[in-house]
Each structure stands twice: as C-alpha cells, then as structure tokens.
Design a protein around this ligand. Structure first.
Ligand SMILES: [Mn+2]
Length: 344
C-alpha cells in the first residue's frame, strides 16, 4: 500500500530545510526505544552546532536503560506549557514513526501547529500528515538516516555525544547488528561512530546489562505466564496490572521481554500482552521468525511495525479479550500450510 500523496525528500533536501529553521521541536513515538531517543539526541546536538534552537518533547518517558546518554536531561516529557513552544516552532521533526496517533497526547498540538512537519523514519506504509518525508524502509534504523542527513553538512563536527547517540540508535534497532536489514553500510557507519568516540563497550553494558531487580521479577512473571498454542508454534505471555504492582516493575521494564519469545525452540511467533497501571489500553507486542508477517496482524488491530516485530494497542478491551483475539488471529499462520509472501 503506497500512499500516493507522500513524496520522499532526499537527505540534502531535508538538510536544507533544517538549516532554514531557527526553532524546532523534535519528537518521537510513544514508549521510545534506543533508536528513537538516540536519533533525537543526535539531531538535537547538531542543532546546537548550527545555532538552531531545538527542544526534544516526547509523549512518554525515556526508559531507564537510556538514561546514561549524554544530553538525556534535554529529553522532555510533554507538559501543557510545551504547547506554545510547539505552536511557535518553525518545524517539528517526527522521528522513527510515520503515523501521527503514535505521538499520543501531542498529536493535536503538532497537527495544529503551523510548523512544517517532517517525518524521518524507516517503517513501511506511512500515513499522510506531514509536509516532508524521508522514509527508507530498507534502513535498519532511523539513526542511520539521521547520520546521512547530518553528513550533508561538510562542516559537521561528529562529537562523542553525537557518535554515542547514533551508535545507541543503530545498535538497538539492529538487535546488536544481527537483524536482516543490517548491511555492510551499517557497519561502515558504526566504524565511523566508534572512530569519533562512541564507546561500544559502555553503550552495550548500559543498554542491556544493567537490569533493575524489579524488572527481573517482571521478566520472571512474564516467562511464568507463557502458554504455547498451535503445537508449540505460538507462545503468548501476559502481564497484568497486579503483577506490575507486585513486582514494582515499570512500564519501560517490559522492553526486551518479547524478544525472548521467539528464542523458544519451535516457536515461530511470540506475543506479549500487557495491561499496565494508569494506562487504559492493552499493549500487544509481536515477534516472529521466517514467513510469519506479524506486522499484518498488528495493522489489523490498529497498530504497525515491521515484518518480524510489530505492536498494537487496544482500547476498550480486557487483557483476556486481547489474548483470545490474538490467539484467534494468529491461527491463520498455523492451521493451514503457510502460503504467505516471503518478505524479509
Ligand atoms: Mn527505529
């Protein structure tokens, strides 16, 4: 499904537009990940070099494992008082997403703002809400796209802060350089980032190897909840509000759990369904292997994502409704011989 209204701008065109601004807002999707936050910070630091006033404003909190990044104190969660800043921005850069509902409470303000809206992203099937798009679904991360845009500036100073932010973005979205979209070009960019001061040992350690105890308890509960369906090809894990309260785990602590579903021998698709305190929506995360296109399921449920990694949120549903629905909908992958397009 190609949205005909969307024309892709080149890196050079976007870079020119950026240089013509004096004041910008940078934002990203709900539940930001390493690619989201790293891309935002790199763009933010570049704006400082170019005397462009920039403010990062997100609709949700930064997860704990990204708090080590330099400049993280400049990543703000949207408050009423930010409305005026967004309204008066020359441009709003929307990173790592391509449909406006994913900025949640900020959606109305961003859409109403006279600022030009610019989407930089690597997901497929964008919706039309912005003025400019730079979308490359072959790219493993938004971080790589930001790197290419910044490199349109021959005077770019790649500081250790920029290098670390982009390293984090690319490392997290490539599954530490394992996922299929990781290319030799990705590695060439990474080589540059290390050369300019990204500390790859520290970044991996901070992002993946320092897990708060409540998060470990939450993970344990997720694994304990797992159930197999369709002869062990589907695994479903659930986390209830009560479990969050019991363990003291945070929303952001679920990051990474769903990745483990598809490491179970024989499992081809994994689902984590979460019901969280202070969130009326049920969150569903999908992972898959081989020919199973979980993006298709996520889209049916109003969400989106990639072929092997996708998600959706359901309102007006209970956790058990969501579970039933997911089991029913995944059935088409397992109850008949696979006849899906083999995408990648
Ligand atoms: Mn991304």
């Amino acid at each position: 499904m190609i949205n005909e209204k969307i024309k892709n701008s080149t890196e050079e065109e976007l870079h020119k537009i950026l240089l013509n601004t004096k004041k910008i807002t940078i934002t990203t999707h709900v539940s930001p990940d390493g690619d989201a936050i790293g891309s935002e910070l790199a763009l933010y630091f570049y704006c400082l070099q170019r005397d462009i006033q920039a403010r990062i404003i997100n609709c949700s909190e930064t997860p704990y494992n990204l708090q080590f990044l330099s400049g993280i104190e400049n990543v703000n969660v949207y408050k009423e008082g930010d409305k005026e800043y967004i309204m008066n921005s020359d441009a709003v850069f929307v990173l790592d997403l391509n449909s406006s509902p994913r900025i949640k409470v900020m959606e109305d303000v961003v859409l109403q703002s006279k600022a030009i809206k610019i989407v930089i992203d690597h997901h497929i099937e964008p919706s039309f809400f912005a003025d400019y798009y730079h979308i490359d679904s072959a790219s493993a991360s938004t971080g790589e796209l930001i790197w290419k845009i910044l490199n349109c500036d021959k005077q770019l100073k790649i500081t250790p802060e920029i290098a670390s932010a982009l390293y984090t973005a690319i490392m997290t979205d490539t599954g530490s350089f394992r996922f299929p979209h990781t290319t030799s070009e990705t590695h060439l960019i990474i080589a540059e980032l290390i050369k300019y001061g990204a500390d790859h040992v520290k970044i991996y350690e901070e992002v993946y190897n320092i897990i708060p105890y409540p998060a470990v308890l939450l993970q344990g509960e997720a694994y304990a909840s797992s159930e197999l369906f369709y002869d062990g090809k589907l695994v479903v894990m659930t986390l209830t509000k009560e479990i969050f309260k019991k363990t003291g785990g945070l929303d952001s602590d679920i990051e990474g759990i769903v990745e483990h579903t598809v490491t179970i021998k024989g499992v081809q698709a994994g689902v984590l369904i979460t019901e969280r305190p202070n969130d009326p929506e049920i969150r569903i995360s999908f992972r898959s292997k081989g020919d199973i296109n979980v993006r298709e399921l996520a889209v049916e449920l109003g969400g989106g994502g990639h072929f092997h990694a996708a998600g959706a949120r359901l309102s007006n549903a209970t956790l058990s409704d969501a579970k039933k629905l997911v089991i029913e909908k995944t059935g088409k992958f397992f109850e008949q011989p696979l006849s899906l397009d083999s995408g990648g």
